[in-house]
Design a protein around this ligand. Structure first.
Ligand code: 5GP
Length: 120
């Protein structure tokens, strides 16, 4: 698999500060911010700061520090958003995964019963 990262994608622009975002948490390796089109009372996107297109790209090529930093950011989002009743983490990838933005992001959804995992 060849991963050709496009640095003009919207999340790259958010990381460069060219587009505003509602930040929930940030550390050296990851940024977490609210989804502009929330699908649940809590809908936060966690993204690595490095140029990775998808979960499998990040899992293959991200450094151990980047991967740990990313997962620590996920933990902080869950703590800050108080998702004690439960949550769903979703990573869409490429065409069949219906990924809209080609910068890896993990959706953290919570705040209501999210129903069955797949609708279609
Ligand atoms: P995907 O389908 O790629 O997994 O999800 C992309 C997500 O990014 C969508 O839920 C969409 O609402 C969100 N999104 C797209 N553009 C922006 C933006 O400019 N700002 C924020 N905060 N979210 C965005």
């Amino acid at each position: 698999m060849v991963y050709a990262y496009d640095d003009q994608n919207i999340f790259a622009k958010i990381l460069r500060g060219e587009i505003p975002n509602q930040t929930v948490f940030e550390n050296e390796h990851a940024l977490a911010f609210r989804d502009i089109n929330a699908q649940a009372p809590v809908h936060v996107l966690v993204i690595p700061k490095g140029p990775y297109m998808s979960l499998d790209h990040f899992a293959r090529d991200g450094s151990a520090d980047e991967q740990v930093g990313f997962m620590k950011a996920v933990a902080e989002v869950c703590r800050l958003e108080a998702v004690d009743a439960g949550f769903r983490a979703v990573a869409n990838a490429r065409e069949d995964g219906v990924q809209e933005v080609p910068h890896y992001h993990l959706h953290i959804l919570a705040g209501r019963n999210l129903g069955p995992m797949l609708m279609g």
